[in-house]
Design a protein around this ligand. Structure first.
Ligand SMILES: [Zn+2]
Length: 312
């Protein structure tokens, strides 16, 4: 049985053709054109599917799609995904089914990324875990007994908006003190740049003064790995915040495996050290020895591969 998995991002559509043995037989990328008109976006999507269908040596049984934002997964309806102005409320499953005739499933992109790690990556062999994607925001998907946990109305897994500081930093959701306001890339850099500028001994001091817009979490991670203490401390602090939220999630759900991916996760050891130490310190005794915090394995492919597994 062949399936197609598609990850629709704000700028790029990534898709793959996958067989029953979970081998990737073909790949395809297109621009999303998310801020033009919807028809342009859909044309890119159809053209991508067409290329993969042509590469399949048997009929494609289903198409799974991951999309940002709140998705009505039961009906396959996308709901005003952020940073995609051409997309309002789009009945994507119906649109793709009527064109391609096969089963179509649509879900939130972070849920797909977690499902991807479950089927192809760091989550293999684990029945339940929480997958985190540290990007511009903090995305997450809860996998319970090998399946996405959607909650009562489909909106479960908003780990990024767990409050960790009562009167903390302002989050994009309008609330204060969400973990996303500490561990999302935008907020991390906003916090890091003044620190780097105030520390002449730091190896990123000059860059933070002259070209702060070019700074990435990877730069901070590489400086930290090369022994820069200022950068190490910045990442460790972010990790500490994340660990506090992870301990709360473990206590609530009795889930002890956490798989962390995304841009900031590439910053590496100091971040993971901070996560691990603070999560262990805060979690209830019953969970401490079982706590397992792993780096994700699939990088940017997680959402696309997980989307293919949405199709039953
Ligand atoms: Zn928030």
């Amino acid at each position: 049985m062949m399936r197609i998995g598609i990850d629709i991002g704000g700028t790029t559509v990534k898709a793959a053709l996958i067989d029953d043995a979970r081998a990737v037989l073909a790949r395809c990328t297109r621009p999303t054109r998310a801020n033009e008109v919807l028809e342009n976006s859909l044309n890119e999507l159809h053209s991508c599917i067409e290329e993969l269908v042509a590469a399949a040596h048997e009929a494609v049984a289903g198409i799974g799609v991951g999309v940002p934002g709140a998705v009505d997964y039961r009906n396959g309806i996308v709901n005003e995904p952020p940073n995609m102005s051409a997309w309002g409320r789009v009945p994507l499953a119906e649109i793709l089914h009527s064109r391609w005739g096969c089963a179509v499933a649509v879900d939130n992109d972070a849920n797909c990324a977690a499902l991807g790690e479950a089927g192809f990556g760091a989550g293999r062999g684990r029945t339940s875990f929480l997958g985190l994607t540290l990007g511009t925001g903090v995305g997450s998907g809860i996998i319970i007994d090998g399946r996405i946990y959607h909650g009562e109305r489909g909106f479960a897994g908003e780990f990024g908006h767990m409050t960790i500081e009562l009167n903390g930093a302002l989050c994009n959701c309008g609330n204060r003190g969400c973990i996303e306001a500490y561990a999302g890339i935008e907020h991390l850099l906003r916090h890091a740049i003044p620190v780097l500028r105030s520390e002449p001994a730091c190896s990123l001091h000059r860059l933070a003064l002259d070209a702060p817009e070019s700074l990435t979490p990877r730069d901070i991670g590489e400086a930290a790995s090369a022994g820069d203490e200022v950068c190490s401390n910045i990442l460790r602090t972010v990790g500490t915040y994340l660990g506090v939220a992870i301990a709360s999630a473990a206590n609530l759900l009795d889930i002890t495996t956490f798989i962390i991916g995304g841009g900031i996760a590439a910053a590496g050891a100091p971040l993971f050290g901070g996560v691990s130490d603070s999560a262990r310190e805060r979690v209830l005794n019953v969970h401490r020895d079982a706590l397992c915090i792993l780096p994700a394995q699939l990088g940017n492919d997680a959402g696309m591969l997980g989307a293919a597994l949405l199709v039953p």
